[in-house]
Structures are given as C-alpha cells and as structure tokens.
Design a protein around this ligand. Structure first.
Ligand SMILES: *Cc1c(COP(=O)(O)O)cnc(C)c1O
Length: 388
C-alpha cells in the first residue's frame, strides 16, 4: 500500500506472509538459510542475487524493522544492531580511520563520551567538543582532518537543541559526514535527514520499544553509506537478534500514539514545574522559556517526553525530591511507559568531573524526568506531593 502517513506505514509494513497467511508477523528464529542449489549459494555470496544467507547479515525480522524505520525516517536504507551503543560504535568504526577528527556536541550520552575520549583515541581518532547552544563555535573547530560531525539533539540530559538546517549546511560546505543521534525525538518527532544529515542513529531501547523490555539500535541513511556500515558490521557482528527485532517492529505500530501522549504529559509537567517555587530551572524544548524554542518548533513536531529540572537545595534537594516520589521509578533508563526519575550527576554522568558536568548543564540539583503514560493527574499529584 502506498501512503505517506506515519501511522499506516508503522502498522502496515510487514514481511511477506504468503506461506501461512499469519496476520501478525511471526518470529524467524533461524541462524542460517537454505539455498535451492549450489548456483544459488554462489550467486547470493557474490551479491548477484538478494536473499538471506546468515542471520549475522540479515533476517526477515530485522529486515522488516529496518524497512519500516527507513520509510518512517525518510531514508533509503538502514542497519539494525544489538544496542544503541553498537549502532554508535559501528558508525564510528565504519567511517573513521587513524588520523581522522570528529566534532561532537559536548552533551552526549555517557558511553558515547567514553568512545570518543577513551576508546577511539587508541586508534588515532581525535575529537573536539562544541556547545549546542553556541552554533558560531562549530565552524571554528573544523580542521583539515575533520571527517564527521556527531550530534545529539535534543541532548541527554541537558535538553539542548541545535539547528539541524544550520548543521546540514555546515556539513555540506565542508564535505563532512553529519550523524545525528535521534534517540530522544524518534522519527515521529524529528527527521534529521530532511535537514541534510547523512545518518540518523537510534537507541531503539528507548522510545522505539517504549516499554522497557529490550535493547536495540538502528542506523539509517543512503544505500551507499549503509553499504559501508554493512561492510564493517557483517564481519564484526553487532547484529540485532530476530526476537528483539520482532518486539521492536511490533512496538513501532504504536509509536505515534505513544509519542503523542508522552509529549502531552511532558508539556503539562514542564508547565506545572516552571511555576513551582522549589524548582530553579525547567528545560523542555516546547516551553517558550527554552533558549532554542524557535529552533525546536522548526524541526520537531512536539517536545518529546523528557523534562530536566534543577531542584532547589543541590544534591540534597534532588535526593529528597526523588525519595519523595511514590509512583515514579528511580532508574537509569528512560522512554518507558512508566515515569522515571534519574539523578544524572551520580548515575549516567557520574564518570564526568564536576567541571565537565557543569559545562553540559548538569548540576547537583538536576533531575531528569522521563514522563510516562500513566494518567496525567497521577503523574502531577506524585510530583506535587514529593515537592511538598
Ligand atoms: C540510551 C542511549 C544510547 C545508547 O543506547 P543503548 O541501547 O543503551 O546502547 C545512545 N544515545 C542516547 C541519546 C541514549 O539515550
């Protein structure tokens, strides 16, 4: 069926079920595939014919998930990995070589920071950090050996936003590969390739699953770029399991309705907290007080499900608030049906020094709230009593 509507694509894109006519896609738990004859085996290995050879390369479940995600994100092709970090690592490893330089947003996921600062330097890849809220700095950091710009927007947990059209233009003028970690937005809220990004990466563990069950990662881009990802991933083996791909493809069927509710609930929470005397600061992309509100409105459909606040009283204030929450879970995960509170300074970003944390807007009083799908009255009531 030919449609451009997100919800219909997410529900009606399925693998061929002509054999048994199942209504819901089955799981293909198979490590390998049969060939009709020796000639077919040869042709498949020679890439003269398309088809499944081995599940480290492809599987009907991962193919369904990739096809769906590519349609939703507006990309030609994609590749699925076991985790979001495997997607980030695979992207770096496929495109960066000894001597190359990466410019990244300072505010990136903790493990991405570890890759850039501790792991890739061993292989001669260097990096510079730029601030999302200072676009003028980005051009000055470009060196002769700069190969890639890697950015998270909205960022975790600072919720800073950068203008994707600006980055797309910068990457084009300097012939750099622009890679966006689109995890917080999902293809429903933001489609970076439309703004000139070359690759969009997701931790499918977050909103793509959205129910806290499974790990996964996805890389989306042109056939040409995904062929380079494939050339690395086929042999290094970060493949997603068919079972996880089946879960994630099913989850995509409800992504639009889930995201609409996450965003509605989060905007209500952000608006409530903005007027609360015990809250020093609220960061949410679709609050008019957000420094990049105008940019957020230009490139995102809605503000997402994450609200970051700074509670009065520093670490002690944050601890009291979190311990006072009765319904919210204290967990390091996010993007779940269940509302979650995290203290970034002592968990996800504890490996950073205090100075590094302050540079990315994480104070001792910062609390990241992942707003779930419980009834909004119960979410607000829990926050209200915890702050009282
Ligand atoms: C969680 C996360 C990742 C890593 O994903 P995993 O599935 O946990 O490996 C990468 N980027 C962002 C923005 C994330 O939130």
């Amino acid at each position: 069926m030919s449609t451009e509507n997100f919800e219909t694509i997410a529900i009606r894109t399925q693998t061929d079920r002509s054999q048994h006519k199942e209504h819901s896609s089955p799981i293909y738990l198979t490590s390998s595939y049969k060939f009709d004859d020796a000639e077919e085996m040869r042709a498949l290995f020679a890439n003269e014919k398309e088809g499944n050879v081995y599940s480290r390369y492809s599987n009907p479940n991962t193919s369904e998930l990739i096809e769906k995600m590519a349609l939703l994100e507006g990309s030609e092709s994609g590749w699925a990995t076991a985790t979001g970090m495997a997607a980030v690592f695979t992207t770096f490893a496929a495109f960066l070589k000894n001597g190359d330089h990466v410019i990244s947003s300072r505010s990136v996921f903790g493990s991405t920071h570890q890759l850039l600062s501790n792991i890739f330097p061993k292989w001669g890849v260097s990096f510079s950090y730029a601030d999302l809220d200072k676009p003028a700095d980005w051009e000055t950091l470009i060196q002769a050996n700069t190969k890639m710009i890697f950015v998270e927007t909205p960022s975790n947990p600072g919720i800073d936003i950068i203008d994707l059209a600006f980055l797309g233009d910068l990457a084009r003028r300097h012939d750099l590969l622009l890679v966006i970690d689109n995890c917080f937005a999902t293809p429903y809220l933001q489609q970076p390739l439309k703004f000139g990004a070359h690759l969009s990466i997701h931790s499918a563990t977050k909103y793509i699953d959205g129910q806290g069950r499974t790990l996964g990662g996805i890389i989306l881009g042109t056939h040409k770029l995904i062929a380079e990802i494939e050339a690395f991933a086929r042999h290094s083996g970060p493949a997603m399991s068919p079972f996880n791909a089946w879960i994630l493809s099913k989850s995509l069927e409800t992504l639009a309705v889930r995201m609409d509710r996450h965003c509605d609930n989060a905007l209500k929470v952000a608006t409530y907290l903005e007027n609360h005397p015990k809250i020093k600061l609220v960061k949410y992309p679709f609050l008019a007080s957000h420094p990049q509100f105008e940019i957020a409105k230009k490139q995102m459909r809605a503000g997402g499900g994450i609200v970051t606040v700074v509670v009065d009283g520093g670490a002690e204030g944050a601890g009291k608030f979190m311990d006072g929450l009765k319904m919210f879970s204290i967990s390091a995960n996010l993007a779940d049906t269940r509302s979650i509170a995290t203290h970034p300074a002592t968990s996800t970003h504890s490996k950073l020094t205090e100075a590094q944390r302050l540079e990315v807007g994480i104070e001792q009083g910062s609390v990241r709230l992942s707003i779930g799908l419980e009834h909004i009255d119960d979410i607000l009531a829990d926050i209200e009593q915890a702050l009282a």
